[in-house]
Ligand binder design. Sequence first.
Ligand code: CDP
Length: 244
Amino acid sequence: METKPKYLYKNSKRLDGRNLDDYRKMKIKMDVVPNAQGSAEVIFGKTKVTAAVHGPRVMHPRRLALPDKALLRAKYDMFSFSVEDRKRPGPGRREIEISKVTAEAFRSVVFLEKFPRTVIDLFVSVTQADASTRITGINAASLALAAAGIPMRSLVVGVTFGKIYDEKGVGHVAIDVDKPEDQWGMADVAYARAPATGDVVLLQMDGDMTKEEFDKGKKMADKAIDVVYKAQIKALKDKFEVSK
Ligand code: CDP
């Protein structure tokens, strides 16, 4: 969307017809990259992200290996045609930052100490972007790691939330922000949790929110996270039951 819209929320509906606490249509597909140890695609509306896990395997060069645990690396990338204006290929500052926070989100969750001197590589590829790609990537990566049989203390589940304005300029808290809401909205938060340990593993905010707005958004996102968590568990159960 080129020009700033007059509102992102009107008559109790967002521009795409959603309520404030609706997330977009979600889909999970397992085993989308046959060569990987584990892989999954997660779709939220028009945002589509594939994650693939390679490893644990022996680290080369050996000097980079950690003596007491595995090194978990992540590489987040966006296909050039995943956005409206063709994205310059290759990693920029944004991709480097998202790769870093993605790896960090999983380091406290994966039992890295079980695989000393190895490397676990996580590849996150955005094939279509309509905002919230880092969180969609985290959901896909959680499934890919579990599908690879890598022991984890918890799955990792995320949902974004933000603040969008109505025709009077008043802010409203909404979950799972799309591109116009991310681009023009007053704030957006990337938020991911490890439900089994209770830890927050990723939290980043752009823009401004009051503490009350933040708490409200987090509560709404937590409700959606419960649903996405159940969907992750179901996708894994279906996969392992079928492949038994
Ligand atoms: O994707 P996410 O919300 O995690 O991160 P962001 O940096 O806040 O990017 C928000 C959205 O902007 C992306 O999901 C894309 O839809 C869009 N974008 C784009 O159109 N061109 C880029 N070079 C980077 C992002």
